[in-house]
Design a protein around this ligand. Structure first.
Ligand code: AMP
Length: 449
């Protein structure tokens, strides 16, 4: 089946062609015709399956007819994090380039002035995180009575972040006769309940998990004591075929510490976690996208859905607590047909978490020994001071400072070690919505009207 068979308009097909896509993905094939017919939809699909285009494309054609009115958005897309909201906005710009639709991005941390101005002018699409939307709604800046199309994206992540009550409230303020599309990687009972309550006779489409279906990702499990994990990372970052990596940690503090450690070792590294303000997060992500840095240390919430083509490696510095997060994390590599490698560093205390992941994905992760990935013992001390001739990624700093080198040799793993302690920082709305007082990057303001 080709894109042309899905019922999309010619200008949209041109925009799809310009994006370089030849054939629709399974979720696109299943969703687009139904959405164009005005049906409600449940899409059980993850990032990496092409799900964003599966709702953005038909929405553009639906919204091409009709006009927006002041403070009355015609459609709304709810996203759990600002990064995802910004990526959906980028998709609207990309696919909507031959249309004249107006868009507003309502995310926390950005000054409200511009957002309110855009709303006053009237928008066809509102892309929002629940917190900021509720805030502006409470101030009387938005009327939801003209919003006939709602997309709830990443519903299970909304649940993790405590957004479901907000979403219920938003749904109850929209017109009853509207079209609702809900996307979620999994369907835990509260999401099923939400769908039963707010969707009408929805079509349900489920597509294979990229992790189980994506044979392009080579998954490797490396047993390593907690105190040797950093050395293992350094070794992986120097292996043949390494181009760039996103390294996931379970805690923000681990992100910060690993970032500092790798930076001291001379790697071109950035970090992204929920305690950073939004402008810094987007700046770091852009540096990674533009290849200014080739290692990005990240927490789950901040990195959820990040879409960069051509990531060669994902490294799970910690085994994720939620098996679903494993699927999301490794899905950052092996995208759009490319090959990718996903390493997971596991201590002896992680056996249960690894088992849960393998049960979920139905795939036994290949155990690699120190010889395959050269971690731990032999890499330990020398890795801190690599030989001059050793092959290594690009450096940000030409030389390591002696002081920094000294510090690097001191034990740093204060909250880690072999003992696996699931003292998780809970995923809170705060994690996704820290204050942002900086300037608004251009792509985050407002699209062509
Ligand atoms: P998503 O699941 O929406 O996060 O999309 C995952 C990636 O697939 C993004 O980089 C999209 O640009 C890309 N993509 C979306 N649709 C297609 C398609 N039909 N063919 C190839 N790549 C696509």
């Amino acid at each position: 089946m080709a894109f042309a068979d899905l019922g999309l308009s010619d200008p949209l097909l041109r925009a799809v062609h310009d994006s370089g896509y030849d054939v629709p993905t399974p979720i696109q094939k299943g969703a687009i015709p139904s959405v164009l017919m005005g049906k409600d939809l449940i899409g059980i699909a993850q990032t990496g399956t092409g799900k964003t285009a599966s709702f953005v494309l038909p929405m553009i054609d639906i919204l091409a007819e009709g006009r927006s009115r002041a403070r009355m958005p015609r459609s709304m897309i709810l996203e759990p994090t600002r990064e995802l909201a910004a990526q959906v906005a980028e998709n609207f710009e990309k696919y909507g380039k031959y249309h004249k639709l107006s868009m507003a991005l309502l995310i926390g941390g950005v000054q409200m002035g511009d957002q309110i101005k855009a709303l006053e002018k009237g928008v066809d699409v509102l892309i929002a995180t629940p917190g900021r939307l509720m805030d502006l709604f409470g101030r009387g800046k938005i009327l939801l009575t003209g919003c006939n199309l709602l997309v709830i994206d990443e519903a299970d992540r909304m649940l993790d972040m405590g957004f479901i009550p907000d979403i219920e409230e938003i749904c109850s303020k929209l017109p009853k006769a509207r079209q609702t599309l809900l996307f979620s990687a999994t369907m835990p009972p509260p999401i099923k309940k939400l769908a039963d309550k707010f969707l009408t006779d929805p079509k349900q489409i489920e597509v294979a998990r990229p992790a189980s279906a994506n044979a392009n990702i080579e998954q490797k499990l490396l047993s390593v004591p907690g105190a040797k994990k950093r050395d293992a990372v350094r070794t992986i970052l120097r292996e043949d075929g390494f181009k760039n990596a996103i390294i996931f940690c379970n805690k923000k503090v681990t992100v910060r510490e690993l970032y500092t450690s790798l930076k001291r070792s001379g790697f071109a590294v950035g970090q992204i976690h929920g305690d950073m303000d939004q402008s810094s997060r987007i700046e770091e992500f852009d540096r990674f996208k533009k290849d200014d840095i080739n290692v990005l240390v990240a927490s789950d919430v901040a990195a959820r859905g990040l879409d960069v083509k051509g990531v060669s490696h994902v490294i799970n510095f910690d085994v994720p607590w939620q098996p679903d997060d494993y699927v999301h994390r490794i899905g950052r590599t092996g995208r759009a047909g490319a090959k990718g490698i996903a390493y997971t560093l596991a201590t002896s205390a992680d056996a249960e978490a690894v088992g849960a992941i393998e049960k979920l994905t139905g795939h036994k992760i290949a155990r690699v020994s120190t010889a395959d990935a050269a971690p731990a013992e032999e890499a330990a001390a020398p890795a801190e001071r690599p030989a001059k001739s050793e092959k290594r990624p690009r450096r940000e700093e030409p030389k390591r400072k002696t002081e920094a080198a000294k510090k690097e040799r001191q034990p740093e793993l204060v909250d880690e070690g072999d003992a696996y302690r699931p003292t998780v920082e809970p995923l809170t709305a705060d994690d996704a919505e820290p204050a942002w007082n900086g300037p608004v990057p251009s792509f985050l303001s407002f699209a062509a009207s």
